[in-house]
Ligand binder design. Structure first.
Ligand SMILES: Cc1cc2nc3c(=O)[nH]c(=O)nc-3n(C[C@H](O)[C@H](O)[C@H](O)COP(=O)(O)OP(=O)(O)OC[C@H]3O[C@@H](n4cnc5c(N)ncnc54)[C@H](O)[C@@H]3O)c2cc1C
Length: 387
């Protein structure tokens, strides 16, 4: 049996980044994916994701965000693809809301450019939004859209061009570690490696049952809406409106200018703005998949969207479900598998992991190949949950 330096399980955002990083380090790498890269049953599909740096979730992410964006930029250069669109990110909410105050705190701590705005400033600079007069805002111009399917594809192409092997339609059933290496079981046989990276997204606890108490897989809905009465949305930024504790934030993504005149095939719904509510209580078994989108789902989005962006809340052009894998504190979990020395994982990305996946992939490849990483991922360690 051929023995690999590292096997990467999963070819979504994190797995593809880990494949790229491990092959770049010169390792012999095998990737195993149960479906296809960035497949619609996981969490890395849907044409667009927001990237930003003034992180309200926690300032400790900022060095990882800077690293991740540099890695996305280098992937863009190396692949010749167009992975990023810098349209900016506008955070909004009532005075004292976490999204705006947290972003300002991150920007101050790390010296990031960020414009603070009041309601008048928001309305005059971003006329799509009709916000209450006490609204506060923060705008980061160095933010925007990253294209998830193209990014995953580019990272995989990079790895394959440097000798990695990726096998699709291979579901890993078990990962078993011993003193000398790790055995990975698939329906078509076993593979052996010095180390394993598990980047299984919503399926993480199927492979690591000890994580089951920590991970909740939930159904979320994203919808693309045509603006009303021919409103031009082409210059709008990505945005998020923090509606306060206990209420889901509403967020939106700018239309993708590449999709206005796509180079090939039919245009994707991303030529229109995309909207979603952040988070959900609807639990999903990822093997059964999320229930299809209903009009109740899109009506809920439309009602909230229409309240702050009436000119944009027109016809629903398309909608799709996607999965968030939530950790107890909504921060990622990354590190060695509990009671393991050769198996490393990232899980519980809690609906905000795409922009950071290149940094997570680099950290996982470091851990698997070197046993350590210089990237500051200690705050994401599974040990904070006592596992
Ligand atoms: C609607 C929506 C909007 C989002 N918006 C943003 C955003 O704006 N910005 C942002 O940064 N993040 C965003 N996120 C979050 C981000 O997309 C996810 O955190 C990220 O894509 C998760 O990547 P992943 O690699 O962990 O999981 P996935 O992409 O799901 O990849 C896991 C892969 O592992 C494979 N797999 C699982 N088990 C096995 C097995 N046993 N054997 C073989 N293969 C296996 C799966 O088939 C899958 O391909 C959003 C998520 C959603 C759903």
């Amino acid at each position: 049996m051929k023995s690999w330096d590292v096997i990467v399980i999963g070819a979504g955002a994190v797995g593809s980044a880990a494949l790229r990083a491990a092959t770049e380090a010169g390792a012999r790498v095998l990737g195993l994916e149960q479906y296809t890269p960035a497949n619609p049953r996981g969490s890395s599909h849907g044409h667009s994701r927001i990237f930003r740096h003034a992180y309200f979730e926690h300032p400790d992410y900022v060095p990882l965000l800077r690293h991740a964006t540099e890695r996305l930029e280098s992937l863009e250069r190396e692949s010749g693809g167009r992975l990023l669109h810098r349209c900016g990110m506008l955070l909004m909410g009532a005075p004292g809301c976490m999204a705006v105050t947290g972003a300002i705190e991150s920007a101050q701590r790390w010296g990031l450019p960020l414009d603070a705005l009041d309601a008048t400033g928001i309305r005059s600079r971003f006329p799509w939004f009709d916000v209450p007069s006490d609204t506060r805002g923060a705008f980061e111009s160095n933010a925007g859209i990253v294209r998830p399917e193209a990014t995953v594809r580019a990272a995989i192409q990079f790895a394959l061009a440097r000798g990695a092997e990726l096998r699709l339609e291979r579901r890993v059933g078990a990962v078993v570690e011993d003193d000398f290496g790790v055995t990975v079981e698939t329906p078509s046989g076993t593979e052996r490696a010095a180390a394993v990276i598990i980047a299984a997204g919503p399926w993480a606890s199927a492979l690591m049952p000890e994580l089951t108490p920590l991970l909740r897989v939930t159904r979320v809905v994203q919808a693309w809406l045509e603006p009303r009465d021919g409103t031009d949305a082409s210059a709008m930024p990505c945005w998020l409106y923090d509606r306060g504790p206990g209420r889901r934030a509403i967020y939106g993504l700018a239309p993708d200018p590449l999709e206005a005149s796509p180079p090939h095939g039919l245009p994707s719904p991303s030529r229109y703005p995309k909207v979603g509510l952040h988070g959900s209580d609807v639990l999903v078994d990822p093997d059964l998949g999320a229930a299809p989108v209903t009009t109740a789902d899109t009506d809920a989005i439309l009602a909230e969207y229409g309240a702050i962006a009436p000119a944009l809340a027109g016809r629903v052009v398309e909608s799709a479900t996607c999965l968030y894998t939530m950790s107890p504190d909504e921060h990622f979990i990354l590190g060695p598998r509990p009671r393991s020395r050769r198996t490393f994982f990232a899980a519980g990305l809690s609906g905000h992991g795409f922009k950071l996946a290149p940094a997570l992939g680099d950290a996982l490849a470091d851990l698997a190949l070197l046993g350590r990483t210089t990237l500051p991922v200690g705050f994401l360690s599974p040990s904070r949950f006592g596992v």
